[in-house]
Design a protein around this ligand. Structure first.
Ligand code: AGP
Length: 593
């Protein structure tokens, strides 16, 4: 969950900084660069965002080669000495690292016993010291010997002061390389290649090598690896000219994203592998994800239960792999992940494959590790999502799993999936009344706790709405099953408590409102969120706010219901002076366990 860059070319310092800014979604606790010139390399570091680094970097006219890093702290506080790049004691090696070296303490002890001193609390510094320890004439051999000692995940860009080029290595953390007319760019995400190249190379696990901008050498344990380039077509529009933040842009992107999702799945060829799946070959479906992706799993499982009448289970990836799940070739495992790189979800995928389960990946980043390693990939076609708080991707995860449930049902019935209902939903999609969302945000901004309650699909929505408020507004928003209030949670209710009541599911709305009355009669302030018309007038008069959304009369109500809360979270966050794109302590892609 850090971002690394390597660059060979002119305007070195500024280019690295510009590319690091594109990777800030991967972490922004601290940043640094190392730039080579005639006298060796110089290192610049800063705490906080990249713009702080820009203030300290000295540009040198003879710079040509450099590496850069933006950090999400895993080992050691976000301080300057823990910021990357990290260097060997003899200053001949400098490196940037994304990942976690699980055996670094054991290696550090050995290196300290050999007389080396350490300046940081990081695992990454150990790699720089190992390069010095194994330093020899052939630098790729030095790299090999170093890598042979490492257990864990890494994407590395490495400088040696005598060599005009960049070494690299990759295991479990993403790394891509592009060359262009004597220049080279290495990065944790291909969005950095925008404007630099039209093709790139994917470095795979266990591969390492060197580039000087003209040649690219890639090796693995067996020797030289031949690499074919991938075509690059990725554009992250600059939000500066239209929106204040990526988050609001990406919420407004939702309608376009849903339509591009439907367009993709309207092409029969794109459903071929899924349509060939007979759900009768399985006795259960397990949905796995983290954070927002897990909340989407809750909704996807409902769709599959309703459409396919099969046992469906959900689990957060970090729990799943230690819960001794019963997996076999009659289990269908659906992994949901926007980035396709989340370490816990990747580990769940490995466990599913070890147990011969069929795996489906519902992913946004189509070149990601999960996308490349599942049996069936269902891209959500949301477009690049940069803001840490996932918005359009959640909606596209929902529509993808809804369509998947229809397709699998059609296979059962030996027909073709009818997507007319989905198409009508997309054509009539509306963002609702933004001024109402702003009004609610102007109240919620002063709260330090919020309750959200619902039943069934409404509770799934409440989980995701709560996460949005937590991660962008730093307000403790908690979700409770509406029916559970009386089993303990009511004790938390006082006159200062706002309770958001999600009531869009006709079959349970009466019970949900009686739960809301329980809270109201104990002093709570009610925010009613509903799509239904014939609500009890007496109850509505008790509500502090009422948000009315369209009733879409199908499972896609989950999308209609979450969009207002994405806006409310955004407006509340901004009104509190928070940058919703980069909430504190978080990162967009959690590639460590
Ligand atoms: C969601 O807003 C958060 N950024 C976070 O919970 C995220 O959903 C989670 O880390 C999973 O990421 P993924 O979808 O890329 O696997």
């Amino acid at each position: 969950m850090c971002g690394i860059v390597g660059y060979i070319g002119n305007n070195t310092e500024q280019t690295i900084i510009d590319k690091l800014k594109k990777l800030e979604y991967r972490g922004y606790d601290s940043a640094g660069i190392a730039v080579m010139n005639k006298t060796g390399y110089r290192v610049f570091k800063s705490k906080g965002e990249i713009k702080n680094l820009e203030k300290v970097v000295e540009v040198s006219k003879d710079s040509k080669i450099g590496i850069g890093h933006t950090r999400w702290a895993t080992h050691g506080k976000p301080t300057e000495e823990n910021a990357h790049p990290h260097v060997s004691e003899d200053n001949r090696w400098a490196l940037v690292h994304n990942g976690i070296i699980e055996n670094y303490l054991e290696l550090k002890d050995k290196l300290m016993a050999s007389g080396m001193n350490f300046y940081s609390q990081t695992d990454s510094e150990t790699i720089a010291k190992l390069l010095q320890y194994y330093d020899g004439k052939d630098k790729l051999t030095t790299i090999e010997k170093t890598l042979n000692n490492l257990k864990g995940s890494y994407a590395l860009a490495i400088l040696n002061e005598d060599i005009n080029g960049i070494f690299f290595a990759k295991n479990k953390s993403p790394l891509f390389v592009a060359l262009n007319n004597g220049k080279a760019l290495l990065a944790s995400d291909i969005i950095c290649f925008n404007g630099f190249a039209t093709e790139y190379y994917v470095i795979e696990d266990g591969e390492y090598g060197f580039t000087d901008g003209k040649k690219l050498i890639v090796k693995n344990r067996l020797g030289i690896v031949g690499k074919s380039p991938c075509a690059f077509d990725c554009s992250v529009e600059n939000v500066e000219n239209v929106y204040d933040h990526f988050m609001i842009k990406e919420i407004f992107d939702t309608e376009k994203a849903l339509k591009s999702n439907l367009e993709y799945y309207s092409v029969e060829d794109n459903l071929k592998k899924l349509s060939a799946l007979n759900i009768k070959n399985y006795d259960k479906v397990v949905f796995i994800g983290c954070g927002t992706a897990y909340n989407a799993c809750l909704v996807g499982a409902k769709f599959f239960r309703e459409q396919l009448d099969i046992d469906c289970f959900t689990d957060v990836a970090s729990e799943f792999r230690y819960s001794h799940p019963k997996l076999d070739d009659k289990t269908l495992v659906i992994l949901v992940s926007q980035s396709g790189e989340t370490a816990d979800t990747l580990a769940a995928l490995e466990l599913a494959k070890e147990n011969k389960s069929t795996t489906i990946g519902v992913v946004n980043v189509e070149y990601s590790t999960i996308a490349k390693n599942v049996d069936i990939t269902l891209p959500i076609k949301a477009g690049v999502e940069v803001a840490v708080a996932s918005t359009k991707a959640y909606s596209c995860q929902i529509i993808t799993m809804y369509i998947a449930s229809l397709v699998l049902k059609a296979t059962l019935n030996k027909t073709k999936a009818d997507l007319k209902e989905v198409s009508a939903f997309c054509d009539n999609f509306s963002f609702g009344k933004l001024e109402k969302y702003q009004e609610i945000a102007d109240t919620l901004r002063y709260q330090n706790k919020i309750f959200m309650i619902g039943r069934g699909l409404d509770c799934c929505t409440a989980y995701e709405a709560s996460l949005k408020i937590k991660e962008t507004c730093y307000i403790n928003s908690d979700t409770y099953f509406a029916g559970e209030l009386k089993h303990g949670f009511l004790a938390l209710i006082d006159e200062m408590t706002y309770v958001v009541v999600f009531a869009t599911q006709k079959e349970v709305v009466a019970k949900t409102l009686s739960n809301a009355e329980e809270a109201y009669s104990r002093g709570a302030k009610i925010i009613l969120f509903t799509s239904l018309d014939d609500m009890d007038k007496a109850f509505m008069d008790k509500c502090s706010f009422i948000v009315k959304v369209k009733d879409v009369n199908c499972g896609l109500q989950a999308i209609t219901n979450i969009v207002p809360w994405q806006f409310i979270a955004y407006y509340t966050s901004v009104s509190k002076g928070i940058n919703p794109d980069r909430p504190r302590n978080l990162a967009k892609s959690v590639t460590v366990e």
